[in-house]
Each structure stands twice: as C-alpha cells, then as structure tokens.
Design a protein around this ligand. Structure first.
Ligand SMILES: [Zn+2]
Length: 411
C-alpha cells in the first residue's frame, strides 16, 4: 500500500497529464459529435496541436524538467471550465504534497492567462497566497492576502488567515486591526479575542517596563471584554505602581469569578517584573505581592474555601513561607468538610506529612491513594483539541483557538 502511494506521488504529474489528456479527448469526441460550427479539418488541427504540446510536456516529464512540463500543459489548455478546475486541483495537489514552488508556478501561470474571468483570477491569487502561507513564506503570504483583499474585502477566510499569521508572529497591532475587520465583515463577535490581543500587546509593553502605556492598552482591552488575562495583568500593574487597595479589590473579584484560576493567578504574579527593571523596583514589587498573599491567606470565605484550587493555593503559599502547621490545619479542615475527594490535595497532604517528619501517617495514606490513581496529569489542556501543556496558553498552540484552556490538577 505504501509502495503504491509512493509510486503515485512520484508520478503524480504524469498521472495528471494522463487524466487531462483523457478529459481533452473526451471533449474532443463530444464536440465532434455535437458541434457542426467548426469544420472537421479545423477541429482535427486543434486536436493535433494539443496532442503535440502534450507530447512535449511528456518529454519534459521524462527528462525530469517538471517546470517546463507544467508550462507546456498550461499552453495546451484551451481554458474552458473543466480544464481550469483540473489546474486548480493540480495546484492543490502539489501544495498538499509540499511542492510549493510548483503550486506557485501553476497559480501564477493561471493568473497570467488573458482569457479567464476576474473571478477565476481572484481565485488563483487566493490559492497563490495559500501556497506562500503553507510554504512558510510569511512576507509574501501577507502581501498576497492583502492583494486579494484589495480586490474585495468581503472575504472572511482571507482576513482570518491574516489574523492567524499576525498572531503567530506576535504583531499584535496588525492582528488587532484584522480582527476588527473580521468582526465587521463576518458579522461575528470578536470581542473576547480582541481583548486577548490587546492584553498581549500590554504584556509586551509591561515587559519593556513601559507601564503607563501598558495600562492604557489594557483599558482598551477591558472595553472589549474583561478577560481573566486582562485582570491578572491589571493586578500586576497595580502592584507595580503601589496601588495596594485596588489590587486587593481586584484579586477578590477575580477569585470569586473564577476560583479555578487561583493557583495560576499566584503563579503569574510570582513571575515578578522583567529583567530590564531595576533591582530595587523588583524587590519592592515582591514586597507588595507578599502583602497580597497575606490577605489571601487570612481570608475566611466559605464559598472560596469550597474550591480545591483555592485550598491548594493556600497550602502551597503556606509551605513556601515554611508555615507547615498552618498548611496542615488548612488541609485537615478541608478534608473534614469536603464531600468530594481530591487526589491532588491528598498527595499534597502526604508530601506535607513527610516534610513535617510524620512518615508513619504519610505511609498510611499512600496505598489507598495509589490505588485510586489512574490519570496522567498535565496542568492544562485545550477543550477544543485536547492539546496538553504545563504552560498557560490563552491561545492554543495546536488549534489556535483563543481561551479554550482548561485546568487540571498537577501533582
Ligand atoms: Zn486547541
């Protein structure tokens, strides 16, 4: 089977040449039967010319010169609807076969033809853009997609392709403007995604210690959608400028809204400031972060304490501070009150017991725990495509959807 497939791929052009020839022959005989307008002699001469060109093309194929072969084929084309379709199919085949140059050459030749409709020309231009895109020629792809849009803006697939490219190369300004265009043209709400794009831009500014501008861009992000990523960055900015009160209020708001995100929130906050920032500012930031953590640990909120994510975060923060007995009390309290069992919290409990030197108790917990374990764990996964990662991703690297991230328990 593999051998056959390899053979087909190797001889794909020859096979298609055969098919095209058969199509032409078919047309020839159909026309021969039904057309009376052209004289028999004239029709015969057209057929002979086409046959000769195909013969040339086949010779080029045999001598391995595929480019000239393609050129000959295109010359041979009496471009009616069927043959144009054949060429689009051929171009697509080359592209999916990774032979980008040949796909490009077919689509370019098609565009250069005089006797095709504007619609066909536009379609060839679009295909050309996709060739560049798939071939990784980013600049050419961008330029060609933009050319397509110059002809007509009402093409959501092309706009979406541009969005994807600019998001890939992290050009957030361009990505932003094309998302805006997409929301108008496709009449689809893009607010959530646009908010994420602006947060990414604000993050770039944040990393460059340009905090005032970062805050401005973030404000724009909030106008589109108050995404969690926007709130976390705003929280960081509050800590940078020393606005502790607002930071506390915002933290409570995010925790109540999305308790699942608790451990991630503290993970992001703990990343601290960029290396470009002065030693002194970075220390100051960590000091302010500490007071926020203290607030979180002192919170007695019944709703929040029902969430395993909140408890886990508390335990980890307490362990970081070497407050082991407080961590122990917190976990015992949760285990006593909670109706659902949680493997990660139990593992955390075992680790804590060992750290406290209570090995005998730890041992007793381990065996039933091992029996109940049947999952493999990564911290996050994509609800859309199932992509797994320990890193946080607002945009899935696999299916490239925004905010499809789901949280899982990590041991
Ligand atoms: Zn995905």
């Amino acid at each position: 089977m593999d051998v056959l497939l390899a053979w087909i791929l190797e001889h794909i052009l020859a096979i298609i040449a055969m098919i095209v020839t058969l199509v032409l022959l078919f047309h020839y005989f159909i026309e021969k039967e039904y057309t009376t307008r052209l004289s028999k002699k004239y029709r015969t001469s057209i057929f002979e010319t086409q046959s000769r060109i195909f013969l040339n093309a086949t010779q080029y194929l045999i001598s391995g010169n595929r480019d000239l072969a393609i050129k000959e084929f295109l010359n041979a084309m009496d471009l009616n609807r069927e043959t144009i379709e054949t060429y689009f199919a051929l171009g697509g085949l080359f592209r999916s076969n990774g032979e980008i140059e040949k796909a490009v050459s077919i689509h370019r030749s098609l565009m250069a033809k005089d006797n095709i409709s504007d619609l066909t020309r536009l379609r060839a231009l679009k295909e050309l853009a996709i060739d560049f895109d798939k071939g990784g020629f980013i600049d050419k792809a961008i330029e060609t997609y933009k050319d397509v849009l110059k002809i007509g803006r009402d093409q959501p697939d092309v706009i979406l392709a541009l969005c994807r490219i600019f998001e890939d190369i992290e050009d957030w300004d361009e990505a932003y403007s094309y998302r805006l265009m997409l929301s108008k043209v496709a009449n689809q709400n893009q607010s959530e995604t646009i908010s994420h794009l602006l947060v990414q831009k604000a993050k770039q500014l944040f990393e460059n210690t340009n905090y005032a501008e970062s805050m401005e861009v973030l404000d724009d992000a909030f106008k589109f959608a108050p995404s969690v990523s926007a709130k976390i960055l705003r929280l960081k900015l509050y800590l940078v400028v020393g606005n502790i009160e607002d930071a506390k209020t915002l933290l409570l708001e995010v925790l109540r809204e999305r308790p699942m995100y608790t451990s991630f929130i503290f993970l992001s906050l703990s990343e601290g400031l960029s290396e470009k920032e002065s030693e002194k500012s970075r220390e100051l930031y960590l000091l302010r972060l500490k007071s926020i953590k203290a607030l979180f640990l002192s919170m007695q909120d019944k709703d929040l304490d029902n969430s395993p994510s909140v408890i886990l975060s508390k335990i980890r923060l307490l362990k970081d501070e070497k407050m082991l007995s407080d961590a122990y009390d917190t976990i015992r309290e949760w285990m006593k009150n909670s109706k659902v069992s949680n493997e990660v919290l139990k593992i955390e409990y075992v680790k804590l017991l060992i750290e406290m030197g209570r090995e005998q108790e730890a041992l007793k917990e381990v065996v039933p725990l091992l029996d109940s374990m049947h999952h493999s764990f990564t911290r996050h996964y994509c609800s859309q495509c199932g992509y797994n990662s320990d890193n946080i991703f607002w945009r899935c690297p696999q299916c490239r959807e925004w905010e499809t991230i789901q949280f899982r328990w990590k041991i």
